[in-house]
Design a protein around this ligand. Structure first.
Ligand code: EPZ
Length: 417
């Protein structure tokens, strides 16, 4: 099992280039299944979840060719509709192949993803919405067995709750349905806009008709394209917070600052000095860190995927702060580990109270999920001495070359087996 060894405390200084978005890449790769042709996807991050999604596509019959950061997905002979538990269990976003397979082949057998450490992660919203397009399904031995013998038919669907994955699955499925669909109460994360841009580029007919409603006119054929995925806004937010915590001076590059306006505004309120340029944000960590009341929310609210990271920063604020986790029911797994480093965080349901003026002490730590594991690195960067972080396979699912990027801006960090 690999571990990370981190020697704190030092300031992060210099430039960091942000990679492509994991959470835009996954639905876009799934959406290539709509096409029986060749598509090139560029700027995919080199992370485990993307590798797993490419293996899943190959198991469905896609031919994958990598040349540099351009990946060819050739679906000329793709015709399988079975997505196995082995692949979906480690990468829950595998459920996103359900929509495109039903749209193209009128049937699919996809492992239901099951829960993870941050919550039950049900897919009821996906399934109920797909049945409105004419899908009949049953759950049998952990698999969703779905069919639409007469093909998918456009429908009006209002999501009962904002769901990123359900919105993505339905936009993809409705793209080849007969007739028009109107989806309302959609998630509007930037990754979903990126997915819609990809779908329009292969010939789908999709139009946002209000803030959270989208109109999709089914088409009966799609074309080929080359598409670069957007930057990873969660990776960008993580490095901005890392600079604020270490009172460093970091230029976070290859990003669109408009997309992370919420995060920038909050970091300014906390006391960081921020200079916004066209494709980069420079952040200088403030001497005093102001306490905050934060609530996670669907985009454009504060992202749940940065909740663990901002919690570490708030441990160093001048007074107590609170964080309310309103998206997932169990996303405070990092609290116990941070408290072992000297934090004083108490939780009650989905609310955390974070005492300020904490000096983290180094420790041997255990990562529990992707974003919790990176919060442990942030705390270790400011703890004087050596920390060890175990189970970093969680980290490798979603952060490309994290120790190389951190080392390049001054962190003393190395991977040990
Ligand atoms: C996506 O997960 C992201 N994953 C998550 O990022 C992110 O935290 C989440 O959206 C929220 O922004 C990818 O994009 C691959 P949801 P997703 O459906 O689609 C409940 C990371 O760290 N729900 O918006 O699974 C669900 O339990 C990951 O990169 C239902 O009840 O999130 C949750 O409480 C972690 N029924 C809430 O809705 C459903 O059918 C939001 O989930 C679907 C969801």
């Amino acid at each position: 099992m690999q571990k990370l060894e981190v020697f704190g405390a030092n300031k992060l200084k210099g430039k960091v280039k942000i990679s492509g978005s994991k959470n835009a890449s996954l639905p876009i790769l799934a959406a290539t299944l709509l096409s029986s042709k060749k598509n090139y996807i560029k700027n995919l991050p080199k992370v485990k979840d993307i590798e797993t999604m490419l293996i899943l596509l190959e198991s469905l019959g896609s031919k994958i060719k990598k040349n540099g950061n351009k990946i060819l997905i050739d679906n000329t002979n793709q015709n399988k509709t079975f997505a196995s538990y082995n692949l979906v269990k480690t990468m829950r976003a595998g459920i996103l192949v359900l929509g495109p397979l039903l749209a193209r082949f009128k049937e699919a057998k996809v492992s239901s993803p099951g829960g993870c450490s941050i919550g039950l992660r049900p897919i009821d919203i996906h399934l109920k919405a797909l049945s409105k397009l004419g899908v009949k399904y049953k759950i049998n031995q952990g698999y969703v067995i779905a069919r639409a013998p007469r093909g998918l038919k456009g429908a009006k669907i209002r999501f009962p709750k904002i769901s990123v994955g359900a919105t993505e699955n339905l936009i993809i499925a409705a793209s080849l349905a007969k007739g028009t669909s109107i989806l309302s109460n959609c998630a509007i994360e930037p990754e979903i806009k990126d997915l819609v841009n990809f779908l329009k580029q292969i010939g789908c007919n999709i139009k946002w008709i209000s803030r959270r409603s989208v109109k999709i006119k089914g088409v009966n054929k799609v074309y080929e394209t080359t598409f670069p995925v957007m930057f990873d806004r969660i990776e960008a937010g993580t490095y901005l917070i890392a600079a604020a915590i270490t009172k460093g001076n970091l230029r976070v590059q290859n990003i669109d600052p408009k997309i992370i306006k919420t995060e920038i505004d909050i970091l300014k309120k906390i006391g960081s000095k921020i200079i916004v340029k066209k494709k980069e944000v420079q952040i200088m960590g403030g001497k005093n860190i102001k306490n905050m009341k934060i609530k996670t929310a669907p985009y454009p609210g504060f992202p749940t995927d940065l909740q663990a990271q901002i919690m570490v920063l708030l441990c160093k604020a001048n007074k107590s702060s609170t964080i309310k986790e309103d998206i997932f029911e169990n996303r405070f797994m990092h609290v116990a580990e941070l408290n072992r480093m000297g934090a004083k965080i108490s939780t009650n349901g989905n609310k955390a109270i974070i005492k300020g003026n904490i000096n983290f002490a180094p420790a041997e730590l255990m990562a529990t999920d992707l974003r919790a594991s990176v919060s442990l690195i942030l705390a270790a960067l400011t703890a004087k001495g050596k920390s060890i972080i175990n189970r970093i396979y969680h980290l490798d699912r979603g952060y490309e070359n994290i120790e190389k990027k951190l080392k390049k801006v001054g962190a003393k960090i190395r991977r040990i087996s």
